[in-house]
Design a protein around this ligand. Structure first.
Ligand code: LLP
Length: 436
């Protein structure tokens, strides 16, 4: 998929660059991003809205993969940017991302984080709770500024996905509940706060969603509320943000629909509701993370040791693991992989791919069909572009891998590999002599 193909040497090639060469030049483990594919996905979202002549913003949910270079690509493609922490905001600012297109999310933004957002005049804050409304009131007064906001609402919808990443259902730590009057109370509170300009409403119903039903239901629920607000308090949102969550294909078990289809369905439902309920069509904002970068990322590992457990299993170990991709251990996430240096070889064994971390749960893939893997082979694990690097840790004091962008035959290092010095750079010696 994307710009990937098998070249004359039988090697995997991504973005016109031989993956085996990438492994040699930059070392492994290595995250490789197919930039052309990211651009293609970004344009896909934007063009669908343009086709329907709908005012929209597509905000990349940078939690999926945030680095300065990634933020630059997002800017080049004219998308907006969703950040969820001071760190992601700092990354965006360091990449000179247009501040007015930055949206700030989170269920417990600190005073310092909100202060940073207000000082930098970012596009909007997605307000999650009453404590945050109070903080914003205080800070906008202090800085004599007006902050545009969306209110995050919880429509009580369960999207078909893994339990850990459900956020739209009623029992959720996020947002104001639509059902029990919290949302109405929040809207009133915000309308009474002079430093806050209520742009609109937001909801996010989950992640890795394969059906459009959840988005349709959320749209319906929000519209019936919008009608109510219009009639009771005269409030009409300018913006309706429906969040992200569009699923991608990790393995053949996954059957996602094309992203344009989600967008089509959303637009259709918004138009329908708007006509039926006599509520003006708002700007539609969405926040895709995974579907913009997931399948653009490939992780390259070097094969090392193996262990044969007679009649049970063949373990093949690689030089990374749960420290660079926590998703298999955390969500039992499934992936596909191949030997990048032997793409045309017959797949003659079934192996399970073990990480190098010191715990049994550090397995990346079970029962994978591969050509008999030998030490030094390059294992390419596909679709690791979302929530891989961004959730990486230094567990076992393993330095974080490097990130390389490939496009049109060029490869550029965009995140350096961590060194052992990096690992201890914040460590301080414990000086017993200074103890009081
Ligand atoms: N907007 C909001 C408010 C979100 O909470 C999220 C993801 C997104 C947008 C982007 O969702 P996406 O399009 O990427 O599905 N670590 C998990 C995923 C957690 C998603 C959290 N929120 C994983 O690795 O599957």
């Amino acid at each position: 998929h994307g710009t990937s193909r098998i070249n004359e040497q039988g090697h995997l090639e991504i973005g016109g660059v031989d993956a085996v060469k990438l492994g040699k030049e930059f070392g492994t483990p290595l995250y490789v991003y197919d930039v052309a594919l990211i651009r293609q996905r970004a344009r896909g979202f934007k063009e669908t809205f343009e086709k329907h002549n709908i005012k929209a913003q597509v905000a990349y949910a940078s939690k999926a993969f945030s680095t300065v270079a990634m933020v630059q690509v997002v800017d080049q493609e004219g998308l907006s940017l969703d950040v969820v922490s001071g760190g992601e905001l700092y990354t965006a600012l360091a990449a000179n991302f247009p501040k007015e297109r930055i949206h700030f999310h989170g269920n417990n933004k600190s005073r310092a984080e909100l202060e940073m957002a207000i000082k930098e005049d970012i596009g909007c804050i997605v307000v999650d709770n009453f404590y945050e409304i109070a903080l914003l009131q205080e800070l906008t007064e202090q800085y004599r500024k007006t902050m545009p906001v969306l209110l995050r609402l919880t429509p009580g919808i369960e999207a078909h996905t893994h339990d850990y990443i459900l956020t739209g259902q009623e029992d959720s730590k996020f947002g104001f509940d639509l059902q029990n009057g919290q949302a109405d109370e929040a809207i009133k509170a915000v309308m009474e706060t002079s430093g806050i300009n209520l742009l609109g409403i937001h909801c996010h119903i989950g992640s890795q969603i394969f059906e459009t039903t959840g988005f349709v239901m959320a749209t319906q629920k929000l519209f019936s509320k919008m009608k109510e607000w219009k009639e009771t308090i005269g409030y009409v949102p300018e913006v309706l943000n429906l969040g992200g969550g569009f699923g991608i294909r990790y393995t053949e078990e996954d059957q996602p629909i094309p992203v344009s289809e989600y967008v089509e369905v959303i637009i259709e439902e918004v138009k329908k509701q708007s006509a039926q309920l006599d509520v003006p069509i708002p700007e539609i904002w969405i926040e895709p993370g995974r579907s913009l970068v997931g399948d653009a990322g490939t992780t390259l590992y070097s094969v090392g040791s193996r262990k044969h457990v007679p009649n049970i299993r063949e373990y093949v170990a690689i030089d990374g693991g749960m420290n660079d991709n926590i998703r298999p251990a955390l969500y039992q996430a499934k992936y596909e992989a191949a030997l990048a240096n032997r793409m045309n070889d017959v797949k003659d064994e079934l192996v399970s791919i073990a990480g190098k971390c010191c715990e049994s749960g550090d397995m990346l893939m079970w029962d994978l069909s591969l050509p008999t893997a030998r030490p030094g082979d390059i294992l390419a694990m596909f679709c690791t572009g979302a929530y891989g690097y961004s959730m990486a840790s230094q567990y076992n004091r393993l330095p974080k891998p490097a990130v390389v962008f490939v496009e049109d035959g060029d490869a550029q290092l965009v995140v350096q590999r961590e060194t052992y010095e990096d690992i201890i750079k914040n460590d301080l010696k414990y000086n017993v002599a200074l103890k009081k």
